[in-house]
Write a protein that binds this ligand. Structure first.
Ligand code: SAM
Length: 372
């Protein structure tokens, strides 16, 4: 049994069953043994899952185009901050800054790029990857633990960016039972000498869970299980408290409340990944597998509005990338039949845009604050 599993067992033995959100927080972010905080490759071919930046630098090039449009729409202020939350290995930051340097030098000249990651281990990976980046780019990067550290006035003008961050926040698990909403806690199986983890129903740990569903007009089916991401609201509050003027750009897999809690999702959307395999049990391999749940874009929009963030657009990732010119990149490839780059780019575009790849479930939400 792993040290992390023992620690959680002891906690349950002394305090009783714990919320799934607390369990998931330990599994992913325990300072020593959490999945994201411990050493080892997580993202990309030799890790457990791919993300869009690992597919091709083209994704970063498109985001650079988007940032350039935002800067223009905000009247080209003299300083522009990009703050990326959860940058993982840092390659999206690299691709964005390299593309800005090449394609939009006027924005590149006044840009500062901040990286904010909960994992010190990944922070080191980012620092290694970005130090070795394109010449001229590394001085653009800064690391902070919180937006407040950026300085007085925080982000005066800029964009906060998060790719596959919100799906990695710990979630509460709930289930509709006998007409009532119950919370599912993590406890121990309880058999003699059996210390395996199991899900146990109980009363809601916070009334926010019931309010969450009533405010979204969602009624779960009898027996239906669902996840609730309350940390997303705290995070939005932190972002809006420090972003004075600009945009929040969230890219993630997920859906609106209506789709997310529809009866066909009877078992919810909680999933784990290990070595590119889908695992349906989050209670095993603690710290050794990723745990994730689909993002509820409806609540991000509603909570955002309560915090002065206005929804600008919610589109599918294919639509977003096509609007930014991803298909035009192909036209610009010289001599495409003999160009090996052409094949690489075609297959990356397929993966990012076509159904069957990431195009199916990924969405992009753009929210704005104080920009007309
Ligand atoms: C699924 S990975 C995505 C990595 C990267 N954005 C990509 O697309 O390849 C989630 C990232 O979010 C970070 N993370 C999770 N919770 C965070 C938080 N509260 N604040 C900052 N980073 C966080 C993790 O450490 C990890 O780097």
């Amino acid at each position: 049994m792993s040290d992390l599993a023992k620690l959680i067992q002891q906690k349950i033995a002394t305090c009783g069953p714990i919320t799934f959100a607390w369990f998931m927080k330990q599994a992913l972010y325990h300072p020593q043994w959490g999945y994201y905080t411990s050493p080892g490759t997580k993202i990309g071919r030799t890790g457990d899952f791919y993300t869009a930046p690992t597919v091709n630098p083209l994704f970063g090039t498109m985001l650079a185009n988007q940032l350039y449009q935002m800067w223009g729409a905000a009247d080209r202020p003299a300083q522009w901050v990009v703050a990326e939350y959860g940058p993982g290995t840092g390659i999206l930051a690299r691709d964005i800054v390299v593309a800005l340097c090449q394609d939009h030098p006027d924005l590149y000249a006044i840009l500062d790029y901040y990286l904010i990651d909960i994992s010190d281990t990944l922070k080191e990976v980012q620092q290694q990857n970005l130090a070795a980046g394109e010449p001229g780019a590394s001085h653009k990067f800064h690391w902070v633990d919180k937006l407040a550290e950026i300085g007085p006035g925080y982000i005066e003008n800029g964009c906060v960016l998060a790719n596959e961050l919100v799906d990695a926040f710990p979630v509460h698990l709930v289930r509709q039972s006998a007409g009532e909403l119950q919370e599912l806690y993590v406890g121990l199986s309880g058999g003699k000498g059996d210390n395996t983890f199991t899900l146990l129903p109980g009363q809601l740990s916070t009334l926010e869970l019931a309010e969450y569903f009533s405010s979204q007009n969602v009624q779960l089916e009898e027996g239906q299980r669902a996840e609730v991401n309350l940390q997303a609201r705290e995070w939005l509050a932190e972002v809006t408290a420090h972003l004075q003027r600009g945009y929040l750009l969230i890219i993630d897999y997920g859906a609106t409340s209506e789709e997310l809690y529809a009866p066909f999702r009877y078992d919810g959307t909680l999933r784990c990944f290990h070595k590119h395999q889908l695992v349906d049990n989050p209670l095993i391999n603690l710290g050794g597998q990723d745990i994730t749940a689909h993002v509820n874009f409806s609540t991000l929009i509603t909570w955002g509005e309560q915090l002065e963030l206005r929804k600008r657009e919610l589109v599918t990732q294919p639509q977003f990338l096509i609007n930014l010119g991803i298909l035009d990149v192909l036209k610009k490839q010289p001599d495409y039949i003999q160009n090996p780059e052409f094949t690489k780019i075609t297959s990356a575009i397929k993966q990012l845009v076509l159904p069957g790849g990431m195009g199916d479930i990924f969405k992009v939400l753009v929210q704005e604050k104080a920009v007309s």
